[in-house]
Design a protein around this ligand. Structure first.
Ligand SMILES: [Zn+2]
Length: 140
């Protein structure tokens, strides 16, 4: 797979879409995304073993790796499913099976604040503009 635009560039190797990360929407020193600058990036993302591994193997997404889903990805995915009811493995699955455009369109609708049209983050389902919290449907 190739990354062709700035929206796609926001999707990390592991399938996390940094566009919907709460750290990306912080008012002060927001993180620009996994694939971009380290400035504002949380320590666990700067020192991410998954990122190092994927870079070493020169894959654009972890799902291109013959070992996918490896134990590192499974562990992170489990943590996301438990804590945030989101699955990075499912993100990758939808991208690979239904296409990048489908995925990006779905997320834009799913993670849009119903009140002010701001962007919800997947960690807290909280709107980056009005601060309200919402339930969101599952990505599929
Ligand atoms: Zn809002």
């Amino acid at each position: 797979m190739q990354i062709t635009n700035s929206e796609e560039k926001m999707i990390a190797l592991c399938g996390m879409n940094c566009s919907y990360c709460y750290v990306h929407h912080k008012k002060k020193k927001p993180c620009l995304g996994c694939r971009l600058s380290d400035e504002g990036k949380p320590e666990h993302c700067r020192k991410c073993k998954i990122k190092d591994c994927a870079n070493e193997k020169s894959v654009i997404f972890c799902s291109e790796c013959p070992d996918y889903p490896c134990v590192l990805i499974k562990r992170l995915d489990k943590s996301y499913r438990t804590r945030y009811k989101e699955s990075l493995i499912n993100n990758m699955k939808v991208i690979n099976e239904k296409g990048m455009d489908y995925y990006l369109r779905f997320e834009k609708k799913r993670l849009k604040c119903p009140e002010c049209k701001g962007v919800l983050n997947i960690h807290h389902k909280e709107c980056s503009q009005c601060g309200k919290i919402f339930e969101v449907v599952e990505l599929k």
